[in-house]
Design a binder for this molecule. Structure first.
Ligand code: NAD
Length: 357
């Protein structure tokens, strides 16, 4: 009896449904090739559901979703609805209530011509960012005083806990060891100005002593942005806080070719985890068959790796890399000249003989 995985699917808004359709086609094909099964259940959450029912994420649906082994998400967000309402009620709720404390962002350039940096090759752009995913300014401790008056005060607390910082740093050290590349972990912070980040400095040193085989490295966030553009080859594994990770990983997406390829995992090791392209719902492209589905395809690859199907994950990644290197998929934006469906078709056609692409 082959293994079966249960996957909850939230396609969401805008281009979400189109890119998720392609991701699921790839998932089904790779499962057939590698000999495992997937059982997917779709949850029609997002703007349409909200406009019809005024429900954002019913508790019963949430309870069902969390019973799955993994969650695949497209994108949430619609201009008809108050900014942040659905994003917070769906994505942030999953991150916080499922305690998905690691946001994992591989930054890998698959073909030199996709990189906007001069003379940088796939050898130079191959690192992974571990972003803390449950604390920082995103914990929601905020308020307004005298709102709308000339005396208005707005606050939002930055929260770091020893437990939250330590677990993500430990995850990053383990990952640096597993990757076995340069065996280097870079802590990115702003401890010189945000003194609360001294907690990160101390925890990094303490936990790091348990990993003598991993070189400890450090960069302030402003310098890290600079190195990301100037010398991305200096990074191997990076660990950082929620807000700095949010910013750094979008910059990093650009040096790997753009939002059309960048995928992420929101993980709680050993428990249900969520995988998604990092792009949003790109409303202007919705329903036009121009969105690039490769970021979602790569999210499927990350999901399979996390479920223990490393061969299937590598098969997808190798296929995508081959199609990009050969320029059969010439670009990662909406200007590839290929539609969403056609890109999905190309991946499917080449999955079987991945080495030949
Ligand atoms: N995780 C999420 O679901 C998520 C993430 C970011 C933004 N959002 C939401 O998405 C909505 C739109 O936000 P935005 O415009 O700032 O970001 P976006 O990522 O949706 O779009 C930014 C631009 O990137 C391009 N783009 C993005 N994905 C693409 C793809 N797959 N193929 C081709 N081009 C692509 C488009 O040119 C688009 O205009 C907002 O409601 C926002 O809150 C959701």
């Amino acid at each position: 009896m082959s293994k079966e995985y249960t996957i909850a699917v939230i396609a969401g808004d805008g281009i979400g449904p189109e890119v998720v359709t392609e991701g699921l086609r790839v998932l089904e094909r790779v499962a057939a090739i590698e000999g495992f099964r997937v059982r997917t259940t779709s949850y029609p959450l997002g703007a349409e559901h909200y406009l019809k029912t005024r429900e954002i994420f019913p508790d019963q649906a949430f309870e069902e979703v969390r019973q799955h082994q993994a969650i695949l998400l497209g994108a949430i967000g619609d201009p008809r609805i108050e900014i942040g309402l659905l994003e917070f009620g769906i994505i942030a709720r999953l991150r916080f209530e499922l305690d998905l404390y690691v946001n994992l962002r591989p930054v890998r350039l698959y073909a030199e011509h996709l990189c906007p940096l001069k003379d940088k090759t796939p050898e130079d752009v191959d690192f992974i960012v571990v972003r803390e995913n449950t604390e920082d300014a995103y914990a929601g401790m905020r308020g307004f005083f005298k709102k709308g008056t000339p005396d208005e005060v707005a606050t939002q607390e930055i929260i770091f806990t020893r437990k939250g910082v330590e677990r993500v740093i430990r995850y990053a050290f383990d990952l640096a060891r597993r990757r076995g590349r340069a065996k280097k972990l870079t802590l990115v912070d702003k401890a010189n100005a945000v003194r609360a980040m001294d907690l990160w400095t101390r925890t990094f040193e303490e936990v790091g002593r348990e990993y003598p085989d991993i070189t400890r490295d450090h960069a302030y966030i402003d310098a890290a942005c600079m190195w990301c553009v100037k010398n991305p080859e200096w990074f191997d594994t990076v660990v950082t806080s929620n807000m700095f990770g949010d910013i750094l990983t979008d910059l990093a997406a650009m040096i790997q070719g753009g939002l059309g390829i960048a995928a992420s995992g929101n993980l709680h090791p050993g428990q249900v985890s969520l995988f998604e392209p990092i792009h949003g719902s790109a409303p202007k492209y919705a329903g036009k068959n121009v969105a690039n589905p490769l970021a979602t395809v790569m999210a499927v690859s990350m999901m399979l790796d996390n479920l223990g199907e490393a061969r299937a994950a590598a098969r997808i990644e190798d296929t995508v890399a081959g199609l990009l290197r050969s320029r059969r998929i010439p670009s990662l934006g909406s200007d590839s000249g290929l539609g969403t469906r056609a890109i999905g078709d190309l991946v499917l056609e080449n999955l079987e003989q991945k080495a030949a692409v």
